[in-house]
Design a protein around this ligand. Structure first.
Ligand code: TYM
Length: 332
């Protein structure tokens, strides 16, 4: 079985629809066909300031949401990044292989540090993508299911893996991004020129999966579209409608051409009302399932403990090979 690996940050509150459609939904599908490793990346989270109590609560909350979304601990390995110390250890080696300029070209760092103020941004934020490289290479992943915004980090991973292999001998699998065209980038409901995100979206443009379903329905119904009236998938000229069609199609499994047909001659309002129902039908049971996992933290923690054990076995093997190739004297 080919292997996949991916990660998600333990953000406050809940995942948003972009996280789910762009990434987590693919994770659920890939656990059936791949040897799958998925993690909550708490080491990445502390690249910006975190309240310690909230961080651990949010880490559990993230794991609960992943299970609620359909990850099955019998079909995949679900773990918390800090439970596997090899991530930080391999990241150090990868740091030493990365050029300053190369790291400085990462657009996510540039955006995030600009938002925080360059002086306040941590060195950890700067090396964030290199920790991500280590995450992926540790598991010899063939594919990395993510949203479009992570593409550059996967490119960096490929570059560094090739560099290491060239310099020290074949060690790492060169991974490919797994990014879907329709859902790789879910847009803000109020501004379909920007991606849906916790940091950039306004509350009305952002669908948090754990919000009150009624409020969510309202947001879908007031999504910004265009002044035309034809329901057609055209990302260039109709980004708002195309975004809604992409979400609709993915959540229901109905193809976009069929949706276009269904709404032929109808107003945008009809599409939005139906999509609001579709989204509510998804988030309502999702919320309940998440709550069930949160109500039983012992089960949750034991799933994560088992996941960490499985992950460590793989990670330790790769790290020890890497250390050997680099020339570190083996500890006797
Ligand atoms: P994070 O936590 O920001 O986001 C988790 C996943 O959600 C995707 N995503 C989106 N997809 C479509 N449309 C959107 N509007 C949208 N917003 C977010 C992201 O692309 C991501 O796949 N650096 C990563 C976490 C990470 C990781 C890794 C991923 C750490 N190590 C190793 C893969 C492999 C991140 O910050 O994701």
């Amino acid at each position: 079985r080919p292997r996949v690996l991916s990660g998600i940050q333990p953000t406050a509150g809940s995942f948003h629809l972009g996280n789910y459609l762009g990434a987590v939904r693919q994770w659920v599908a890939l656990q059936e066909t791949h040897d799958a490793f998925y993690m909550v990346v708490d080491l990445h989270a502390i690249t910006v300031p975190q309240d310690p109590k909230e961080l651990s609560a949010n880490t559990r909350l993230a794991a609960a949401q992943l299970l609620a979304a359909g990850l099955d601990p019998d079909r995949c390995t679900l773990f918390v990044q800090s439970h596997v110390p090899e991530h930080a250890q391999l990241a150090w080696v990868m740091n030493c292989l990365t050029g300053m300029g190369e790291a400085g070209r990462m657009t996510q760092f540039k955006d995030k540090s600009a938002r925080q103020g360059a002086d306040r941004a941590s060195v950890g934020l700067f090396t964030y993508p290199i920790l991500q490289v280590a995450d992926i290479l540790l598991y010899q992943a063939d594919e990395v299911p993510v949203g479009e915004d992570q593409r550059q980090h996967i490119e960096l991973t490929r570059d560094l893996a090739e560099r290491f292999n060239g310099r020290f001998g074949e060690t790492f699998t060169i991974p490919k991004p797994h990014i879907l065209k329709e859902t790789g980038k879910i847009y803000d409901l109020q501004d379909p020129s920007i991606k849906m995100s916790k940091s950039a979206s306004t509350p009305k443009g952002l669908i948090n999966l754990l919000d009150d379903p009624k409020a969510t329905a309202k947001k879908v119904k007031s999504a910004v579209t265009d002044t035309d009236t034809v329901v057609r998938y055209d990302t260039e000229n109709k980004p708002g409608i195309s975004n809604l069609l992409g979400i609709y199609s993915t959540l229901t499994g109905i193809g976009i051409p069929e949706l276009e047909q269904r709404y032929e001659g109808k107003l945008y309002g009809a599409l939005k009302t139906d999509l609001a129902d579709v989204v509510v039908d998804f988030v309502t049971p999702f919320r309940d399932r998440t709550q069930q996992y949160l109500d039983d933290p012992e089960t949750l923690d034991s799933i994560l403990a088992k996941g960490a054990e499985k992950a460590r076995a793989v990670a330790a093997e790769t790290l020890s090979q890497t250390y050997g190739r680099v020339g570190f004297l083996p500890a006797k």
